[in-house]
Write a protein that binds this ligand. Sequence first.
Ligand SMILES: CC(C)(COP(=O)(O)OP(=O)(O)OC[C@H]1O[C@@H](n2cnc3c(N)ncnc32)[C@H](O)[C@@H]1OP(=O)(O)O)[C@@H](O)C(=O)NCCC(=O)NCCS
Length: 307
Amino acid sequence: MIQKLTIRKIGPGEHATCERILRSLPDWFGIEAAIVEYVRNLEVMETWLAETTDGPVGFLTLNDRSETASEIHVLGVIESQHRQGWGRRLVEHAEKTLRARKIEFLEVKTLAPTRESRPYERTRKFYLGMGFKPLEENRLWGESNPCLVMIKHLDAAQPAQLRNTLIANLKRSNDLYRELAEGIPEKALGEKLPELRSNTIGQQLWCVVGARESFARAIKDGSWAGFSCSLTGEGCLLRAEVLAALDVSARMILDVLPTIEESDQPRCQFALDLLEHEASHHGQLIRYIYGLDLEIPTSWKKKYALG
Ligand SMILES: CC(C)(COP(=O)(O)OP(=O)(O)OC[C@H]1O[C@@H](n2cnc3c(N)ncnc32)[C@H](O)[C@@H]1OP(=O)(O)O)[C@@H](O)C(=O)NCCC(=O)NCCS
């Protein structure tokens, strides 16, 4: 189920909520003096709290650095809620606020890769995914905590809209395939179009999975290395295997999309080709839904106005 997220400025007495979030992330915020400092700074720095209907999930504090630059002073999302898009939403909200104030640069400091840390490797992937670029490494926090300064040009951030649209459309496409594969009788995976030359629904989904896997490799390597698919002929007939392959292949592609620079034409082209491929199978599968008199999944009805 998609949860609704509200982002608002913290109110009086809500510092404790932010402190709770910080203290729930000991792999990132383990130095007591730093936590105390972050909490104290909430008094003077603009802080945005994100909450779902279940309560607060994260917060972001901004520190204005100059007339043209601001900094993400601290950002935290509770660990059980990671990878739900809340961090992205907080950063996008901050960026929108800053653009409205004509701020051009957004900076963030985080642990540099020269000190090994699995948790901070994830943090850097997040910031890279959000369009930040490494600017410099320095020793602001001492020799044992090398500091990586990352920066994002907020005007240049606008074209990332295309990449975000690609990500959103591919996610939606996966939801469509999932709902279809979950809703039809399992035996329909082995069915062809009656009286027409065709393959089976399972083989259609095999092609979707294989294309995602192959395009994910192509985007990663920057060149096409041929088509292959991990789903087997027997697997195409089994709902559980099809659903698992759809999810794994969707994750593969969603993991590489944030690495695409919009100036990198070949990689952008691969991503667009994949989206085109997904849509062409939507069209084909609609013929199967009608031809085999299958129940039309709700998401397909909405997306393609089927009735
Ligand atoms: C960093 C942090 C705020 C990210 O928040 P989040 O809600 O988990 O991140 P999102 O779900 O919004 O991720 C947005 C995008 O970032 C990228 N990303 C995030 N985590 C990633 C990971 N572990 N590996 C690869 N990419 C990642 C992805 O592109 C992701 O989009 P997707 O899920 O559609 O693929 C959160 O993990 C956190 O609180 N970490 C601990 C504290 C911290 O590191 N704070 C920052 C230090 S100032």
